[in-house]
Every structure is written in C-alpha cells, then in structure tokens.
Write a protein that binds this ligand. Structure first.
Ligand code: BGC
Length: 774
C-alpha cells in the first residue's frame, strides 16, 4: 500500500513531488470523456520515468499474436487501443534552458483532480539549474460537451528575475506503445500543417488504416491579457510546434491557452480532416477556455445528479466511491454504441482497452442505474452487433448451426485472447452476456429489446451450450467437460458448477423469451426463426432435456455446490492459514502449485449465487459463502465486491464492509502496487454494486424496486441515487432511519424490508432501519 494522496470529499490531491510516484499518479489523475482519455502526463518535458498515454476510443491496432506454442484456434492478433499523438505537450524554455522536473528542484508540487467539475490541475515551483525560480500552474480537461475537444491553460511566472520565456506547444505523432508485441510502431503520418493559426497532424494506423487527426491553436496572455503574438512555427515529419517568446519581468504571469481537437475516421471521412479540425478549433476558440470549463462543470453536475453516493463520517470512503464513479463516468458515456469499457479504461495499456465479460457481469448495473436505460442499452447493442462474429468464433472451434461463442477479449467481435485455457475454456462469458439482457429487461421493462435484438442473441447462446455439453453414459447425465470457471486458478476442469448452472439458466431464459416474443410479436418471431433456421420444437426440447438432466457437483455432507467435480480431493487449507509472505499467490507460487491448491482467485460458485440469488434460500447462500470465502484469495479485483454483496445478503455487515474496503480504494491506495499500469476501471463498478446492492440491498422484483438496507458501523449515513424507469430516487440510510426521496414528478411504489410504500412525486418517506428481510 502506498497511501500518498490526501483525503478529500471531491478531489484527489497529491502534494509534494516524488518521482517514484509519477507513473502511479499518471494513472490516477487520468482524464477522459467517453470518446478519448489521457493519462496525467506532464505538459512540459519530463525525462524521468513516465508512461505517455493518449487513447482514442475505437482506434486500435491488431498486434500480431505472440505465444510460445501456437495452438489451432488461437486468434492471429491481440487488439490494442493504442497510444496516439501527444496533444498535451508544451515545452518550456527559460533563458535558453528547458524545464524538466527530473532535472530541477521542485517545491510546492500539488496536483488536483477535481471530480466535481471534471478537470485536472497542477502547480509547482521549479528552481531551474540556471537559478530561475518559476511558478507553474496548469489546468486541463477533455470536454464532456464537445467530445472531440480538449483544452489546457498553462501559466508560468518567473519569481526571482526577469526572464525570456519560450512556450512551445506541440503535437507529436512519434509515439509508441510500451506493450507492442514486436516493438513495432503503429502509426504513419499522412499529412501535417504548421501555421501560426492552426497546426495539425493526420496520421494513420498501419494494417487497419484508422485515420486520426490532431489539431491545435494557441494563444498567449500576459498578466491576464491576451497578447496578439504570432508564433514562429517549426515542424518535422511527425511533429508540429508553435514557438512563443515573451520577455517577462519577475512576477509577470505568462499564460498559454492550448485548444486541441482530436478526430478519427470512425466519425469523419478521411478526406475531410483538415476542414473538420479547422471547424472544431473554431468552436473551441469562440467559446474560449472559461466557457468550455463552465460547460464541463455543468455537464459533470448533471452526471452527479444521477450518480452520486455520499458517505458521512468517513472521508476516505467518500473519496474512494466518488473516484470510482468519476472514472467510470469518464470512461463510458454510451454516446457511441461501438465503444465499450476496457478493464483499464483509457488509463493504461494493460488489457489493450478491449472488452471482457467484466462489462456485462460488473459494469452494466452501474450504468443502468446511474446513467439510464439508453446508456445500458448501448452496452447490450454492442454485443448484438457482434453476434455474427460470435457465431464465426464458435464455428472456428467446431460448433455449428448458428451457435455463438462470444470472445473472452475483443475489440470488434473477434477473439483476441490467446491462452488456450481461457480462449477455449472460459466459456462462462457467454452466460454473462445473456444474463445482462435479463438484468436490463428486469430493471427497465424494455421488452422491445428482446423482440428486436435480445432473442436472437439468446438463441445463439443457448445453441452453443446445447452443443458444448455431452451425455455421460457413466453418470446418466449431461456433463460439461474441460472448462475454466471465473476462478482462473483452475483450468480444464469438469463440471464447473457455475458454468453448468449459467448454461442451463441461459437455455431456460431463451425458452422463456421465445414464448414472450412469440406472443408479443408473432410476425417478428417468425421472421427471426426463418432467418436463423430455428427448429423450435426440436431445439427447445433438447435444451429442456439438458436442463432436466444436467450434472451439478454437490457436496452432501457440507451442503454446498462444488466448484467443480473433484474439488474436495484438494488439500483443504484456508486463506487465514496462509503465510502472508506467500501472498499474492500469483507472484509467489508456481502456476502448478496454484492449480493444484484449493485457493480460489475470484468469485466462482458465489458468482452464480449472486446472479441467481432468488433461486436460493439464505441458509444455502450462507453455507456456500462461509465455505468459499474462507478459500478465496481475491487476486482478481473483480472478486471482493461479489462476496461483499452476498455478505450483506446474509446479514454479515462487518464482513461486507471488510470486503468492500478491498475495492473501494484499491487504486487510490495502490494496494497491489500496480496502479502505474492503469486503473481497475471495471472493478470500480463492483465497488458501486457493493454499496447499492450490498449495503442498500437494492433489487428489482416483479417490476418493483426493493431495498433491504444495512449500514456499516463506521458510517454515520450514506446515500445513493437510483434512476429507475421514469423516476430518480435518492436513498439515505442512517443508523436509525431510511429516507427515500422521489426527485421526480410521478409517484412510485417501492418495497422497503418487504413492505410496500408509495412515494409521491417530489416528496419523501421515512422507514426505521430494521434487520434485513429478503
Ligand atoms: C479476471 C477476469 C477478468 C480480467 C479482466 C482477470 O484477472 O480473472 O475475470 O475478466 O481480469 O478484468
């Protein structure tokens, strides 16, 4: 743990310059706007350790697969959202010497991520080798309103002497990814222009020929007044620069305003780039920095209105949850259905910015409840549009007849993952994609989604499961062999309870949805059935037969679902008995030892109990929770949240809180000493789930919102927002009382602890805190 950040309710604050923390801070202080993201790299030159990162959603490179031992069925490439042109750069030269924080004395360094208003600020005093003391302050943001624009205000003030200040804002397309498989560069420059008014670089990615365009226009102000100075220009093949030279008196403040536009061929004709960039820069300049910043702040106020969580009595927890909400909200906005949420968002290179099952299993609830139905629907449509590729993917592995296997990792629907035990075996991801459809419809009641999109996906997934099982003559049951469950510390196991359970559930839900669509829109159903050659009688009959005769491993003595057949053959040791020196296991033990041990990386059986909770009584959940929690090392950041929700579900608030704490400040306190690689964006949604579904006990049952709140001892009160269909609710829970505000006009009936309450529009109700009742 490296808790170097200050606690504050709305801001992330770093004080003091510690070069070793630079990469970590670059991740933590990242900014984004759903369309692009930017690590918190310094504007001025920095020769210390840094990971330059500027990413554009949907612009990726298919980096040729690198494996030791090729296996048929492996994908040819791993898709990577790639580091693109550096648009933030501003070189600062004072009396001929370049400012570089790695080479001068730095005082009063302060970096603030203002989450309430959505901008990043940094200030410091640098004592340069030439003796000049310089006060520097920068503010920058990526506009949530004009999502192709970013802006920087960068001020320098010589404190102890008059000085010649050169500010050299630039665009640099000569960038690379640290994780490039073959050290290859992914970009080629197509066109540059460098004029005192506007400068731009258009570059293209190799192989896929994505074009991106970056433009800048710069202004100088002296002591707050814009100076109409013509910059000199300078350029080379992949670089354009403006040069402003100002003679400043000691105490004068020289400010550079840098407006940047960033576009890609996802949204614009390749030939139109110079014109589009020109227009965008005009928009920025005509609004000006202050107005753009005001709009940014308004846009964030709107986001917080639907999504804020408050925690009274625990500033660290308050900051943690807001940080998670902030990062999630700036990673994905739902404005573009081609985009999705990478496990690290736009904050680093790891995981390539690609889509994992994390989206459906963890992120969907957050976006659905706080950003509304439309945003959640976009996430589902992303997979709908990739159905053909999922069918192709299944065909490559030998499945037929329209069976779909969604990829474990993808950018465009094609599989990019290349470890056989995950690529071919971690097939439970198909279940999460089906479950997300169910979860969405349950919450929004948008059944039209099933008619137009959902059913087709559900049938294709059910078809996959029906072929993936086989009938064991020995057992007289269907079995599912050679799988990897969510717990990646077991590979190639037979009858993983979670995978078999979610598979059967998928076949059941597909049947239920067929019946719904058949009656709601018979013509549409007929059209679909014909298009996909669906033999309903035969196929559904097969699904039923599988569901009725599936083998599920169960331990009679303990009364628990077994993670997989043979799990109890393992030496049963508990996490509490592990030497802390041996943790994390994935760094300290051989892979062989991990595979043979009983230790569990992340929720597996418990993932199933979480999804399908209504099917199990509290005692069953409790028995399984106690057994598996004791054996789970939570070495995936996605794990503690599921355990936390279940701990709340069984009324164990202390355990729920302990597990909650493991994710809430995971990145801020850098528990795993890896935040430098990027933030754990998808697991941040899990933290939100721990509060809303865990402590708040929120569920939707029979179309009604229900709450069963409890409160951790450490908190005086907490509140969360829920956007449910037409209503926005604010739920406040203290140690004695629950208050539900209905912030909308229309009334809503909800249940608290099993009792119905009507909450009239624009008013609230109070209910005393009780023991939970599910
Ligand atoms: C987890 C997977 C997850 C992936 C990306 C892995 O460590 O085991 O469940 O999808 O990280 O977050």
């Amino acid at each position: 743990m490296n808790p170097y950040l200050k606690h504050d309710e709305w801001c992330i604050i770093e004080e003091g310059f510690v070069p070793e923390n630079t990469r970590a801070s670059e991740s933590i202080f990242s900014i984004g706007n759903g369309a692009m993201g930017q690590r918190a790299n310094f504007e001025e030159k920095f020769t210390g350790s840094t990971l330059q990162g500027s990413y554009i959603g949907g612009v990726y490179y298919p980096d040729k697969t690198r494996v030791g031992w090729w296996k048929n069925g492996y994908p040819e490439y791993f898709a990577k959202v790639i580091n693109s042109t550096n648009w933030i750069g501003i070189n600062v030269i004072v009396n001929g010497d370049e400012l570089d924080l790695a080479k001068c004395k730095v005082d009063e360094f302060r970096r603030v991520l203002n989450m309430k208003e959505g901008y990043l600020e940094r200030s410091f005093i640098a004592e340069m080798e030439n003796g000049i003391k310089l006060a520097v302050k920068s503010t920058r943001f990526l506009s949530m309103v004009d999502t192709e624009l970013g802006a920087i205000r960068y001020s320098v003030k010589p404190l102890n002497a008059d000085a010649t200040i050169e500010l050299r804002p630039y665009l640099d397309a000569d960038v690379r990814n640290e994780d490039s498989n073959y050290g290859e560069k992914f970009w080629e420059v197509v066109d540059t222009s460098c004029t005192p008014k506007i400068s731009y670089i258009v570059s293209r990615t190799k192989k896929l020929d994505f074009h991106v365009g970056h433009a800048m226009r710069n202004f100088i102000a002296l002591n707050g007044n814009i100076e109409h100075i013509q910059p000199e220009v300078n350029s080379s093949a992949m670089y354009v620069e403006n040069i402003f030279k100002v003679e400043a008196k000691a105490g004068d403040e020289v400010t550079l305003y840098k407006y940047a536009a960033v576009i890609s061929s996802l949204n614009h004709e390749k030939g139109s780039f110079p014109k589009v960039l020109d227009k965008l820069i005009d928009v920025a300049v005509s609004k000006g920095f202050d107005k753009m910043l005001q709009e940014q702040s308004d846009a964030w106020a709107d986001i917080w209105k639907h999504s804020d969580i408050t925690i009274e009595g625990d500033v660290a927890a308050q900051q943690g949850i807001r940080f998670n909400i902030f990062q999630l909200s700036q990673t994905y906005t739902g404005k573009d259905e081609r985009l999705n949420i990478g496990p690290k968002g736009f904050t680093g290179e790891k995981y390539g910015g690609s889509t994992y099952w994390d989206t459906e299993a963890y992120c969907l609830p957050f976006y659905m409840v706080t950003h509304g139905q439309k945003v959640a629907r976009q996430l589902l449509l992303y997979r709908y549009k990739q159905l053909d590729k999922a069918i192709e993917n299944a065909q490559k592995l030998g499945f037929t007849g329209g069976a779909a296997l969604y990829p474990m990792v993808t950018m465009n629907g094609e599989e990019c993952h290349n470890e056989w035990e995950i690529t071919f075996e971690e097939i439970h991801r198909n279940g999460a994609i089906a479950f997300a459809i169910y979860n969405y419809v349950r919450y929004t009641d948008d059944k039209s989604y099933l008619v137009h999109f959902g059913l087709e996906v559900l049938i294709a997934i059910a078809r996959f499961w029906a072929q993936r099982v086989n009938f064991s003559q020995e057992k007289g049951k269907y079995v599912m062999l050679g799988v990897t469950g969510p717990n990646e510390y077991e590979n190639n196991v037979n009858n993983n309870w979670y995978t078999s359970t979610i598979a059967c559930w998928c076949m059941e839900y597909a049947e239920e949805t067929i019946n719904y669509v058949k009656s709601a829109d018979p013509a549409k159903y007929k059209e679909l059935a014909e298009a996909i050659k669906f033999d309903e009688a035969k196929e559904v009959e097969k699904w039923r037969d599988i569901r009725n005769n599936m083998f599920f491993p169960f331990d009679e003595k303990l009364g628990i679902f077994l993670q997989q057949e043979g799990y109890m053959d393992k030496e049963q040791i508990l996490v509490k008995d592990l030497d802390p020196e041996e943790r994390p296991l994935n760094q300290k033990w051989s892979w062989d030892r991990i595979l043979r041990s009983c230790f569990i990386k992340q929720a597996d059986v418990l993932q199933g109990l979480y999804f399908l909770e209504d099917r199990y009584d509290t005692e069953t959940i409790k028995r399984n929770f106690d057994f598996y929690e004791a054996r789970t090392v939570h070495e995936s950041s996605l794990s503690p949240c599921v355990h936390s929700v279940l701990a709340s579900r069984i009324g164990n608030v202390d355990k729920a809180y302990e597990l909650y704490l493991r994710t809430a400040r995971l990145d801020l306190d850098d528990y795993n000493r890896e935040v430098k690689e990027g933030l754990h964006i998808t697991s941040m949604a899990g933290t939100w789930i721990s509060i809303v579904e865990g402590f708040g006990g929120m569920r939707v049952r029979n179309g009604m919102l229900t709450f069963n709140p409890l409160i951790p001892d450490k908190w005086k009160s907490y509140s969360f927002k829920v956007w449910f269909r037409e209503n926005i609710l604010k739920i406040v829970v203290s140690s004695t009382q629950i208050t539900i505000f209905n912030e909308s006009e229309s009334s809503l009936t909800i249940k608290v602890y099993g009792v119905e309450h009507k909450v009239p529009g624009s008013s609230s109700i109070n209910v005393p805190v009780q023991k939970q009742l599910f």
